[in-house]
Design a protein. Structure first.
Length: 245
């Protein structure tokens, strides 16, 4: 019985080490994936013109010193509505859902030029409320915001302190919503075969769940350690021997 308990509480290197099949001599072409804008995203849009004053009607009016926090920008930014549109000054309603920020920049630039409002404007678009939720056996579970337009899954888990020694590396669950469709995918963090796939990079609002392994589940009951189990077993055996006498 003691041997079974000891074996059940052990974890091998194959259960703990990351990316065990990695080839240190290999060189792979990095494939970048552009995230597309979804409903409830908040966009920061800035328009610049050769004559700065002519671009003022297209821009959010910042404070006198120009120093505005990200929280303030979120309140003043352009929320993507349920129909996938934003309401932009002068141009009116613009359909942005499903477009990358680069395509939105090109679209707004073209609309401004075609209507003759500005000559050769420069348009910058950013998603400013991107976040990822990481739950389970990681150093610091929670929801993390990121300002980069693209981060890798490894970076996201790094924000949360990485997988704990009790996390199941062979079955990390990714819950993703794109265009109103929710998908579920399991990734094996002991392998690298998913590095060139669609899940290497995080999409905003992804949920990452790291489930506990056997030893962690074993300690989640009323008896919270192997020492406690052995103590009870020893007490029972001693009591049995005393009563037998």
């Amino acid at each position: 019985m003691i041997s079974i308990l000891l074996l059940g509480s052990c974890a091998t290197k194959k259960d703990i080490l990351y990316y065990q099949d990695i080839d240190l001599n290999s060189k792979n072409q990095v494939q970048y994936f552009s995230n597309t804008v979804q409903v409830n995203d908040i966009l920061y849009i800035k328009v610049i013109s050769i004559v700065p004053e002519s671009a003022v009607p297209f821009n959010i009016q910042l404070g006198n010193n120009g120093n505005v926090s990200t929280a303030s920008l979120k309140l003043q930014g352009y929320l993507v509505l349920e129909d996938g549109t934003i309401s932009f000054p002068i141009l009116g309603t613009i359909k942005v859902k499903g477009l990358s920020v680069i395509k939105i920049q090109d679209l707004i630039t073209k609309l401004i030029q075609d209507k003759g409002y500005l000559k050769e404007p420069t348009v910058t678009v950013r998603v400013i409320n991107s976040k990822v939720t990481i739950l389970g056996e990681v150093g610091a579970p929670g929801t993390y915001s990121f300002e980069e337009q693209t981060i890798s899954l490894n970076q996201a888990l790094g924000y949360a302190g990485g997988l704990s020694i009790f996390g199941v590396r062979k079955n990390v669950l990714i819950i993703r919503e794109v265009d109103g469709i929710r998908t579920y995918t399991n990734l094996d963090f002991t392998k690298t075969d998913w590095f060139n796939g669609a899940y290497f990079y995080v999409k905003p609002n992804d949920v990452i769940i790291v489930n506990p392994n056997g030893p962690r589940i074993l300690t989640a009951g009323y008896i919270t350690s192997l020492g406690g189990i052995l103590g009870i077993f020893s007490f029972g055996l001693s009591l049995y021997l005393l009563l037998k006498k």
